[in-house]
Ligand binder design. Sequence first.
Ligand SMILES: [Zn+2]
Ligand SMILES: [Zn+2]
Length: 117
Amino acid sequence: MKSETCFGKMYGQPLSEYYTEEDAQSAAEYSREHFGNDLTPYNCAKCGLWHLSPRYRQTPSKKCHCCTGRDGLSKDAYRSKREARQRADIIYLEHGISLRAYKCKYGSGWHLTKSDY
Ligand SMILES: [Zn+2]
Ligand SMILES: [Zn+2]
């Protein structure tokens, strides 16, 4: 099933949608066996169904001891701009919040911040 409400951020293609986590999980396993893709199901906040996304959510991050977010907590630091952007893509897909990557001024890596444009 292709979604009529949800589209991939990169190419604007309709996302595949699944009614249950089990369906999404078995599609992910099929894709791994046949195409070598590493996908993980997530519950979409927009349509309430399940989609697959690349397993970027395991982007390694550590806490930066110098920078705090607006909530006063230590910010997550990513090792590279690419990994920060991968994380931002997932957050965008799952929550519809668009984030911008910027370099930590204390040299701890890369952070994400809400873009104001
Ligand atoms: Zn959706
Ligand atoms: Zn920092």
